[in-house]
Design a protein around this ligand. Structure first.
Ligand code: NAP
Length: 165
């Protein structure tokens, strides 16, 4: 599986159960990469989506510990092991860990690639992505130019995990 996230210079990813940035090209890339595949997210990230609805044209797996949790269009996983079971038959390149902080932390060891959008800003954040630059198994594989959408300067960077499970 792979992870995908937009992170600030401080590795911040969210505040008040919302994203820190809304960058059109980033959203477009997210859609292009994940559509047709499987997305794995925490219950809080699902709740942060418009209407608390799953993403269309993707298999949505949501992690929660709530026994009675059910939502239309969502498959529920109650542990990391259950996520691995539910995705065992899938093409790993089409399984995407899409957040949030708790889920990235738990599933990053299983990710081969991490598709980051690094935003060159430090907005106040309450939720963070692991700092990949301090984890020796993660190395930069490819990085694009720093570009701007008029509000944010950002860069697409892919990291590879040399020790993915
Ligand atoms: N920048 C980005 O790319 C990006 C992407 C996604 C999300 N975000 C942001 O991240 C924030 C949300 O992240 P978060 O860390 O607060 O929450 P989260 O990771 O989205 O969800 C946490 C929830 O997942 C469930 N969970 C976690 N580990 C589990 C396990 N091992 N087994 C079963 N269930 C488990 C629990 O749900 P229950 O409480 O229901 O038991 C837990 O409360 C928001 O601000 C969102 O906007 C940013």
């Amino acid at each position: 599986m792979n992870a995908i996230a937009a992170v600030s210079l401080d590795w911040g990813i969210g505040k008040d159960n919302d994203l820190l940035f809304h960058i059109g090209e980033d959203m477009k890339r997210f859609r292009a990469l994940t559509t047709g595949g499987t997305v794995i997210m925490g219950r809080k990230t699902l709740d942060s989506m418009p209407g608390g609805k799953p993403l269309p044209r993707r298999r949505n797996i949501v992690l929660t510990r709530q026994e009675d949790f059910a939502r239309e269009g969502v498959e529920v996983a109650r542990s990391q092991e259950e996520v691995l079971r539910l995705t065992a038959g899938e093409d790993p390149e089409k399984v995407w860990v899409i957040g949030g902080g708790e889920i990235y932390r738990q599933l990053l060891p299983y990710c081969r690639l991490c598709w980051l959008t690094r935003v060159y800003a430090r907005p106040e954040s309450a939720v963070f992505f692991p700092d990949l630059d301090t984890l020796p198994q993660w190395q930069v594989l490819r990085s694009g130019a720093i570009v701007s959408d008029g509000t944010w300067d950002y860069q697409f960077i892919e990291y590879i995990n040399q020790e993915s499970k």
